[in-house]
Design a protein around this ligand. Structure first.
Ligand SMILES: *[C@@H]1O[C@H](CO)[C@@H](O)[C@H](O)[C@H]1NC(C)=O
Ligand SMILES: *[C@@H]1O[C@H](CO)[C@@H](O)[C@H](O)[C@H]1NC(C)=O
Ligand SMILES: *[C@@H]1O[C@H](CO)[C@@H](O)[C@H](O)[C@H]1NC(C)=O
Ligand SMILES: *[C@@H]1O[C@H](CO)[C@@H](O)[C@H](O)[C@H]1NC(C)=O
Ligand SMILES: *[C@@H]1O[C@H](CO)[C@@H](O)[C@H](O)[C@H]1NC(C)=O
Length: 520
């Protein structure tokens, strides 16, 4: 292990070199930070279980969009949707298989737009989902000036490198490790951080757009053990029951968790569980510890960022259920799976405390928002969804949130600002939860049901309807399940109000009409 110690010393000494960031053009740099499966959990935003001193410092200078929703709670479709600013139905991506350029259209991405505007664009770690859904190149050369940096130790992501309670090495879910005993004496996100710092220290002739995508808090929770020790498992004891009136088709059986050795060992009943209380608390503890780990890496990176001339964005691809509804993982249309934080630091509008904007927004809004913040030409609106007469290469199905930031007024209570509407969706192979086909991650040819979900300031309404995977057609006559939640008294979405009263039926019908219009 002596090798690791020497390496550490070299790294530490190079971290404190001078910050060199400059750009000739009158355009700000952009640091675009993504976390994976991050449902929020930030101390400065009111989560008392969180330990996030570095993100806190950033948030306190930034705009925080508190009602931000993913279009689909799965990595590849969500990222492709966000980065092309189009809904999953437009890029025809609901899983990990298809690359939009060859499958749906040669659509321009957010980093590509910056690249075409004279920026140097780089990606480190997971911005696009690696693999087929980004043509095994993370969309290089279209989106990036250079190939994506994928840390070498990502190779061990599914290897048995986690020490079990009985002392053997397994493929566990809970995986707090001594970094010096890991392959190559490091972890992927640490490598990405070092790569990002190396990049930031360069002399920059052009403004840059740096996408820095961390792999955590995605499972397995392979994190340095010192971060686990900062969180007390007793703080995470909670009990959630499975609501009896949710439709079966809404349930995601968290197949990915069940495949891990330590979870397998628990013999959890299929498909509903529950996961035993103590183990559930340890999952939550590891999730929060993963966030603290990434927070420390973000702190290291931000030391090298010139905040007088760099836009910093921090967001995630979707959320994660931490036992709500007795559910785990993403793969659903619940609030906990769909909601993510969006933090935007604008060097031209630095804030003195968190500028919280409650307007309901969607991840497809990020593209036109960031380009506006950076002062690039306006991204045109796409023609009406699903009625393309010709391929529109560069356009957005979202809306810019820039004016919300520009018009933000600290003296006015931002909490009142809850306009807006968000649409999301999730596919299923069938009504009943199953491992094969995987109802959490169905392949395109297996998809028979699509759950469309709409969120307004007060309600979430979801309809699970028949979907034709060859013609990409919806049948609104054939509904397999419906959910209506009233967030004014049920923020955890435990009480399905469908068919409870005529008055609510009217609300439901209105929301349904809005969705049918959006997804005809
Ligand atoms: C796709 O668009 C890029 C630029 O946006 C262009 O270079 C490329 O030729 C296009 N490919 C096709 C097949 O049209
Ligand atoms: C995707 O990758 C393949 C194989 O490398 C390549 O032939 C193809 O041109 C790529 N597609 C696009 C749209 O660039
Ligand atoms: C040790 O624990 C792991 C994870 O719980 C389990 O998969 C493995 O079979 C156990 N090994 C032995 C030798 O008991
Ligand atoms: C799980 O089931 C296996 C096989 O039925 C049994 O050997 C094991 O003891 C069970 N483990 C627990 C934790 O109940
Ligand atoms: C913010 O709103 C208050 C109350 O309407 C107004 O007095 C103040 O001038 C506004 N400040 C800015 C910077 O617009």
């Amino acid at each position: 292990m002596i090798k690791c110690v020497i390496l550490l010393i070299i790294l530490t000494s190079s971290i404190y070199d001078n910050v060199v960031v400059s750009s000739e053009l009158n355009k700000p740099n952009v640091l675009f930070i993504m976390l994976d499966d991050f449902r929020s959990g930030i101390k400065a935003l009111g989560d008392d279980l969180a330990k996030t001193p570095n993100i806190d410092k950033l948030v306190e200078k930034s705009f925080y969009f508190s009602n931000m929703y993913a279009q689909q709670a799965l990595c590849a479709p969500s990222r492709n949707s966000m980065l092309t600013s189009r809904r999953p139905d437009s890029i025809m991506t609901y899983n990990f298989q298809h690359y939009w350029r060859s499958f749906a259209g040669n659509f321009t991405t957010l980093p590509q737009y910056f690249k075409d505007s004279g920026y140097r664009t780089e990606s480190i770690g997971k911005i696009f989902h690696h693999g087929s859904s980004s043509n095994k190149t993370d969309d290089y050369p279209y989106s990036w000036s250079n190939p994506t940096y994928i840390p070498s130790t990502q190779e061990y992501r599914n290897k048995p490198v986690c020490k079990s309670d009985n002392g053997t090495l397994n493929r566990n879910l809970l995986c707090a490790v001594v970094v010096d005993f890991q392959p190559e004496c490091t972890l992927p996100d640490i490598q990405s951080t070092e790569k990002a710092i190396e990049f930031l220290k360069e002399q920059h002739e052009k403004p840059y757009f740096l996408g820095l995508g961390f792999y955590k808090p995605h499972i397995p929770f392979k994190i340095p053990i010192e971060f686990l020790k900062m969180h007390n498992v007793e703080d995470f004891m909670k009990n959630h029951l499975r609501p009896f009136d949710i439709p079966l088709v809404a349930w995601n059986p968290y197949n990915d968790l069940r495949e891990r050795d330590d979870v397998k060992h628990l013999n959890i009943s299929y498909p509903f569980g529950p996961i035993p209380t103590e183990f559930a608390a340890r999952i939550r503890q590891h999730y929060y510890a993963s966030i603290t780990y990434i927070d420390s890496l973000i702190g290291r990176v931000l030391k090298f960022v010139d905040l007088t001339n760099t836009v910093v964005v921090l967001t995630s691809d979707h959320g994660w259920s931490l036992g709500e509804h007795s559910e785990w993982s993403k793969y659903s249309n619940y609030e906990v799976s769909l909601k993510v934080p969006l933090i935007i630091y604008n060097p031209k509008l630095p804030q003195t405390k968190v500028a919280k904007i409650n307007y309901i927004a969607e991840l497809i809004d990020i593209f036109p928002t960031i380009t506006d913040v950076a002062g690039l030409p306006k991204v045109p609106k796409c023609p009406n969804l699903l009625t393309y007469e010709e391929e529109k290469i560069t356009c957005t199905e979202g809306k810019s949130l820039y004016l919300k930031m520009l018009n933000y007024n600290v003296t006015i209570d931002a909490n009142k600002d809850v306009e807006g509407i968000a649409f999301s969706q999730y596919p299923r192979p069938d009504i009943y939860p199953s491992k094969l086909p995987d109802s959490d991650q169905p392949k395109l040819k297996e998809i028979k049901v699509m759950g469309y979900s709409v969120r307004t300031s007060r309600f979430r309404y979801t309809a699970w309807i028949k979907f034709n995977n060859k013609k990409f057609k919806r049948n609104w006559e054939k509904i397999f399940g419906e959910e209506l939640y009233d967030h004014s008294f049920d923020p955890d979405e435990n009480i399905n109000l469908v068919n409870r009263s005529p008055e609510l039926n009217q609300i439901k019908e209105q929301l349904k009409k809005q969705m049918m219009k959006k997804f005809p």
